[in-house]
Design a protein around this ligand. Structure first.
Ligand code: DOR
Ligand code: ZN
Length: 344
């Protein structure tokens, strides 16, 4: 059987949710990565370091004894964020980034940002103490076509913000377009991007052709095939600027299969095997380790993990669902057979 042993990855963008959901999400996450950047968009957002510390403890409490896992916490930026909180966060050893949600762009983002210009003093402090800014890059103007929101954010928000704070480390998260790839590739080394496995594997036909597929609905929305191809090219490039961030985002089956379904795809149980499948299909399996385990750690200035993980080419059927509180969550590629699996 073909196997692939590599340095244990880090996931630089994940939603673990809270409370009873941690029993599902934390073991899945810890099965393929040693560290993960944990999103702060809880119902009550994680807006300060004290809340991040408490949330981190709740996550760690859900680890089994055999699992080694370090949650890297983030704070949710609001228009009320105080620069003093940025310094507290930086010195905490717990917080590794500040998350910018345009208000209303996605799940639990209502407390996010309308006008970035109001936060100049915060960005200045982040730049001074070198705390990264993690961006959900979509404009929120309802007049803007949903498929154009990322490209417009790059020209209208990201470019001027980067120009004004040229030393601020920025991660453009879960990129979905050629425009994002081009911007990040051309920018200096303090600008990077994460790429999800679903944006590499899927395009908007998967979401909309032959019926609506709610389990493929996410934000930013899947784009056309030319953008998917640009993302694949970026992921297998050797620039060091593009790395793994699954954006695994569980919602219960009822809230996905609904007349107004939530955005988010639960990929944690399948992400690493599917990245391997995608890289192999593109004759780039040799680059998987850099994308999953080196480039992100380097950008975040973390030591490379010592632990290894082995993938084996041994097809398995993805479960139809997993328990999720008192409901269920449907993973990406539920009921499908996929070629790679994580060796136990
Ligand atoms: O699809 C998404 N789901 N995109 C996001 O930005 C948020 C996430 C969630 O929290 O469900
Ligand atoms: Zn996300």
């Amino acid at each position: 059987m073909q196997t692939l042993t590599m340095t244990m990855p880090d996931d630089f963008h994940i939603h673990l949710r809270d409370g009873e959901y941690l029993a599902t999400t934390v073991p899945h996450c810890a099965s393929y990565c040693t560290r993960a950047i944990v999103m702060p968009n809880l119902k009550a957002p994680v807006i300060n370091t004290d809340l991040a510390r408490l949330y981190q403890q709740r996550i760690v409490d859900d680890l089994s004894n055999s699992q080694e896992f370090q949650p890297l916490m983030t704070l949710y930026l609001t228009e009320k964020t105080d620069p003093a909180e940025i310094i507290t966060a930086k010195n905490s050893g717990v917080v590794f980034g500040i998350k910018y949600y345009p208000a209303g762009a996605t799940t639990h983002s209502q407390a996010g940002i309308f006008e970035w210009q109001k936060l100049r003093h915060v960005f200045e402090t982040m730049q001074a103490v070198d705390l990264p800014l993690l961006i959900h890059g979509e404009v929120i103007d309802p007049q803007t076509d949903i498929f154009d929101r990322e490209a417009l954010f790059i020209s209208d928000v990201l470019a001027p913000l980067h120009q004004e704070f040229p030393r601020l480390r920025i991660i453009l998260e879960h990129i979905t377009t050629q425009e994002a790839v081009d911007f990040v590739a051309a920018a200096p080394n303090n600008i990077a991007a994460t790429i999800t496995v679903h944006h590499l594997l899927l395009n908007r036909n998967d979401l909309l052709a032959g019926g609506v597929h709610p389990h493929y609905y996410c934000a930013p929305i899947l784009k056309r095939v030319k953008h998917q191809q640009a993302l694949i090219k970026a992921a297998i490039s050797d620039t060091g600027k593009f790395f793994m961030g699954t954006d695994s985002a569980p919602h219960s089956i009822e809230t996905k299969e609904s007349s107004c379904g939530c955005a988010g795809i639960y990929t944690a149980p399948v992400a690493l095997p599917l990245y391997a499948t995608l890289f192999e299909e593109n004759n780039a399996l040799a680059k998987l380790e850099k994308f999953c385990s080196f480039y992100g750690a380097q950008f975040y200035r973390l030591p490379i993990n010592q632990k290894k993980i082995t993938l084996e080419k041994n097809a398995w059927a993805v479960p139809e669902y997993y328990d999720f509180g008192n409901s269920h969550v449907v993973p990406l590629y539920a009921n499908k057979t996929i070629p790679w699996r994580i060796q136990k």
